[in-house]
Design a protein around this ligand. Structure first.
Ligand code: GLA
Ligand code: ZN
Length: 731
């Protein structure tokens, strides 16, 4: 991590504010803005993110006076500044003087000026000028009292993740030379013997532009990693300039949650303050969980340290086909949820809605209608509430559950051609996280390199790449008492996309006691087929077609439970007892070391207990094969889930695993809709529902309302209570 510790603001308060673009407005509006910021309790603004053209109107000619004037006004008003290096959108002079500074897309088309992020990461012109601008800004504002944070660039890779120009191609060849050393090593790693792709020299290797058909996934994965490194190098170059002049000012660049383009585990090592931009769709029920998941992810990236929410929107964005507005209270509720999960700052994109350009109708803290907007009172109230909740600052969250999240494995899964199309980013990790979140059980999201000793339960969800190092640490954790739950598909390829041979799971097989001999995917949704293939058999004439034995349309898997504990768990979920179901993914699993007497069809041994098996319903050929197994390991155990469990299955299984692991599940008993999160000494009760919810046994002071709870507490719809003293809550 970076060198900085402690609070972003010297006042030790929760940060509140947003992106401010005063350069789009007349001075009168700027003065009005400062007044309104004071009214709203704004104490931090991000400045100059898209101001390059105004800061450097001609190459090497800097005009910083206007920015100094704004910074001075901020300082006078007690507003701190997260100052951008302004390098996210180069001015037109760069494009016109050096057209090769513009990026090239995968089709080989050079992209034009007139939008934003139009730079090639390999462009020497861009590199030179961005570095110089960062340096000049640092020198200009080094001692400015308002400066508390550097904001390098903006959302690296958001639009241009990979450039496919000739310069990038040349740099890629060099990157490959350094990675592989010899062309033979590359040929082996990429298995270029397939489809006659063998190279005799690194200079023959191209950027993976459009090709006739499927590309070599290893080629693409390396290009992805290369492009990630290119962008990181740009960030590091700017940071070097900033550090040289202002060594004590922390540096950040804003992440984009579960964006898979950049490996944020790698980036997180180079930022002093983790910051995130987060725009969950407000009109879907999954939005509330996405807020929690991304916040936990950011806390994980900072290894438990607080982070800043750098961007969200007060109400609606403008970039969706239909931009749903947030409901009254939702803006504050989702803000407090981030605070509960570890944020020490809540910033918005943006302070004032733009008067023109592509983001005219993107929400702002100040709407086009000004103070008459419905949102203004909410903006002001949230400022007060956050200030009141500032006691939580620096507070840590203790989690007994860890979920592994790995960018590289997720990319590998996305780039792999088959065995199924990958689901949305980190879909499996998100699903398992939600199972714990629904029960108010705190989870840490951790990397494959994390220390695992302190966790009772460790979930390894869909980690497509086999990591022998991780397997060793998971084994040690299980021996020390942890319950390791590995969920499919895991350990299918190595880090160069070569298939794991001898049974999938690779280095994890020893721990879980089983190997995966075959993947088994159920048939796709027939509705997506072409008309010609959607054959409907006419029983009067189609004598073969009408009896062809295929499973039904879009079938799921159904599991039979073989463990009494799991049976009881299902029983306790609902009446009548629900079935365990899963999605399209299934696997043939056998014991790694089969017993001498092989019993078909499970091929298991005494060590491996079958917890649930595939039922074989709906034409599933996995009938009787293990779907969930368990193996005792030292003081803990290793569980293997050979299918993509749906929520009831995950719930039932985590109840059983939780009981074995003696997990604290007291949070599960709150009334529907109540999210309870403990951060430091503060306990948050967030009501995500439209009804007022009563809680009994809550004792202490609500930091937000200032009221004392003496046992009985009502949490209004879409609102938050944050109890600052000891509590002993039950439903
Ligand atoms: C991103 C960018 C902002 C703005 C918002 C709009 O997060 O960083 O500049 O474009 O999207 O939602
Ligand atoms: Zn390029």
């Amino acid at each position: 991590m970076g060198t900085m510790t402690g609070h972003v603001l010297p006042t030790g308060k929760i940060c509140y504010g947003g992106d401010w673009n005063p350069d789009q407005w007349p001075t009168q509006t700027v003065s009005e803005d400062i007044e309104l910021m004071r009214e709203a309790g704004v104490n931090l603004v991000s400045l100059a993110i898209f101001s390059w053209a105004k800061l450097e109107p001609e190459p090497g000619v800097y005009e910083f006076g206007w920015l100094r004037d704004i910074m001075d006004q901020c300082a006078q008003a007690g507003i701190f500044v997260d100052l951008a290096t302004a390098t996210a959108s180069p001015p037109v002079w760069m494009a016109r003087r050096d057209p090769s500074s513009l990026p090239v897309n995968v089709h080989g088309t050079r992209l034009e000026f007139g939008s934003r992020q139009q730079y090639c990461p390999s462009s020497t012109t861009y590199r030179k000028h961005s570095r110089a601008l960062a340096r000049a800004l640092a020198e200009e504002f080094a001692d400015h009292p308002a400066l508390v944070l550097w904001h390098v660039n903006n959302e690296y890779g958001c639009h241009i993740l990979q450039c496919y120009c000739d310069n990038c191609e040349t740099e890629f060849q060099q990157w490959l030379r350094e990675k592989y050393g010899t062309i033979d090593a590359l040929n082996h790693a990429w298995n270029t013997y397939f489809w006659a792709q063998t190279y005799s020299d690194f200079s023959e290797i191209h950027a993976p532009r459009d090709m006739p058909t499927f590309k070599n996934a290893a080629h693409e994965l390396d290009y992805w990693r290369f492009a990630d490194d290119q962008l990181l190098a740009l960030y590091l170059a700017e940071r070097e300039e900033l550090r040289a002049v202002t060594p004590t000012v922390p540096v950040t660049t804003n992440f984009m949650g579960e964006f898979t383009g950049l490996d944020y585990w790698k980036w997180a090592q180079h930022v002093d303050v983790i910051s995130d931009d987060s725009y969950p769709e407000p009109a879907i029920v999954g939005g509330a969980h996405e807020v929690a998941f991304t916040a936990d992810l950011m806390r994980g990236l900072g290894n438990g340290r607080p982070f800043i929410l750098m961007e969200q929107v007060t109400s609606a964005v403008q970039w969706r086909p239909q931009n749903a507005t947030k409901r009254p209270g939702q803006f504050a509720l989702w803000s407090m949820s981030r605070v509960a999960h570890g944020a020490d700052g809540i910033l918005q994109f943006q302070w004032r809605q733009s008067p023109g350009g592509a983001e005219t109708f993107h929400g702002g803290m100040v709407a086009h209608s000004g103070k008459r907007s419905r949102y203004w009172p909410e903006v002001v109230q949230l400022g007060r509430d956050l200030e009141a909740a500032s006691a939580v600052i620096d507070g840590r969250i203790d989690a007994e559950v860890a979920i592994i999240v790995d960018w590289d494995a997720t990319r590998a899964r996305q780039l792999s051609v088959g065995p199924t199309e990958a689901d949305a980013n980190f879909a499996a990790a998100r699903a398992w996280h939600r199972t714990f979140w629904e029960k108010n059980i705190a989870c840490d999201l951790v990397s494959v390199n994390a220390e695992l000793d302190r966790y009772r339960i460790i979930i390894v969800p869909e980690v497509f790449i086999d990591y022998p190092e991780l397997s060793a640490r998971l084994t040690a954790a299980a021996e020390n008492g942890a319950h390791v739950v590995v969920a499919a598909p895991t350990g299918a390829v190595d880090s160069t996309m070569r298939a794991v041979l001898g049974g999938y799971l690779g280095s994890l097989a020893e721990l879980v006691g089983v190997v995966v001999t075959d993947h088994s995917v159920r048939s796709p949704d027939v509705a997506n087929w072409s008309k010609a293939d959607q054959v409907v058999a006419d029983p009067r004439v189609d004598r073969i077609t009408r009896v062809v034995g295929v499973p039904g349309a879009n079938p799921r898997h159904t599991l039979d439970v073989t463990s009494p504990a799991l049976e009881r768990a299902l029983d306790s979920i609902a009446t009548p007892k629900p079935r365990m179901t899963s999605g399209v993914w299934g696997e043939y699993v056998q014991a790694l070391h089969p017993a001498s007497e092989i019993t078909k069809p499970t091929w298991l041994n005494d060590e491996v207990e079958v917890i649930a098996q595939f039922s074989g319903e709906d034409g599933c050929d996995l009938a009787g094969w293990p779907a969930i197994t368990r193996r005792e390991v030292g003081r803990g155990a290793a569980w293997y889930v050979a299918t993509d469990l749906e929520s009831v299955g995950r719930e039932a299984l985590t109840r059983v695993v939780g009981a074995y692991a003696r997990l604290d599940t007291s949070g599960a008993d709150f009334p529907d809709g109540i999210e309870r999160v403990k951060r430091g000494d503060v306990t948050f009760y967030l009501n995500h529902s439209d009804r007022a919810v009563q809680l009994a046994g809550v004792v202490g002071w609500d930091l937000i309302s200032g009221q004392e709870a003496t046992g009985h507490l009502v949490v209004a719809p879409r609102s938050t209570v944050a109890i600052g003293a000891q509590t002993n809550a039950t439903s």
